[in-house]
Design a protein around this ligand. Structure first.
Ligand code: SF4
Length: 223
């Protein structure tokens, strides 16, 4: 355990710096309102950002406000978001989340989260129905600029390959480990660096190790 931590600490800085030099300034999607980010992140589950953006765009086009979604028929909502897949599960999840928020606050305005401590925000979000560690961390990081570290499929895979986490470490557990290991000031940028690396080079199938700027530090490099 101690050995892994030492290895990470030794490699973290050169890995971060090499990725930073290689990818430079990364253009990322625009910052969203807190509830928009939460619902968008639900729509990203098990699909690409492009499909989720399409689903979210349709959602905003078809429904004028969040109340309308809660009282919408299931088939209408499912049809609206179907481009992102798993429409039935996501529709139910979205309705439950919105209803729970309204029960708790009497409003859909989540700006109260800005007045809470890091731990309070985390507990508040993760206790919403169907909201797990990744969705919680995305909302905290992207919409509230808090130092959370979301672990998506790219980050989970690369973290294993780089030896940051063990092969058997679940994505849930990886959140706890990575959040402790990555310094607060680096969390957002390192997150988008790893996602970019996963999309471009360290792909799930046939990673392009011969082109990889961090192969020197990677125990899984296949050169
Ligand atoms: S060397 Fe290969 S496995 Fe390691 S990070 Fe680079 S692309 Fe991924």
């Amino acid at each position: 355990m101690t050995k892994k931590k030492t290895k990470f600490t030794e490699n973290y800085i050169p890995i971060k710096n090499s990725l930073k030099i290689y990818y430079g300034k990364i253009k990322w999607r625009k910052k969203m309102d807190i509830l928009d980010e939460l619902i968008f992140t639900v729509l990203t589950q098990n699909t690409s950002d492009i499909n989720a953006e399409k689903s979210f765009g349709n959602l905003k086009l078809v429904y004028k406000n969040w109340e309308e979604i809660i009282i919408s028929s299931n088939p209408k909502l499912e049809k609206t978001i179907r481009s992102g897949g798993l429409a039935k599960q996501k529709s139910e999840r979205i309705k439950k989340i919105l209803s729970e928020i309204h029960i708790r606050l009497g409003t859909f305005d989540l700006s109260i989260l800005k007045t809470m401590s890091y731990g309070e925000v985390k507990n508040w979000l993760i206790s919403l129905p169907g909201v797990g560690p990744k969705t919680t961390a995305v909302v905290m990081s992207f919409a509230l600029q808090l130092p959370a570290f979301p672990v998506d499929t790219h980050i989970h895979r690369i973290s294993k390959r780089l030896g940051f986490i063990k092969n058997k470490t679940s994505a849930e557990k990886a959140h706890i480990i990575m959040e402790k290991l990555v310094p607060p000031q680096d969390k957002f940028y390192f997150h988008i660096l790893l996602i970019t690396h996963g999309r471009k080079i360290c792909k799930a199938i046939n990673p392009k190790c011969s082109l990889c700027p961090i192969s020197l530090y990677c125990p899984s490099a296949n050169l």
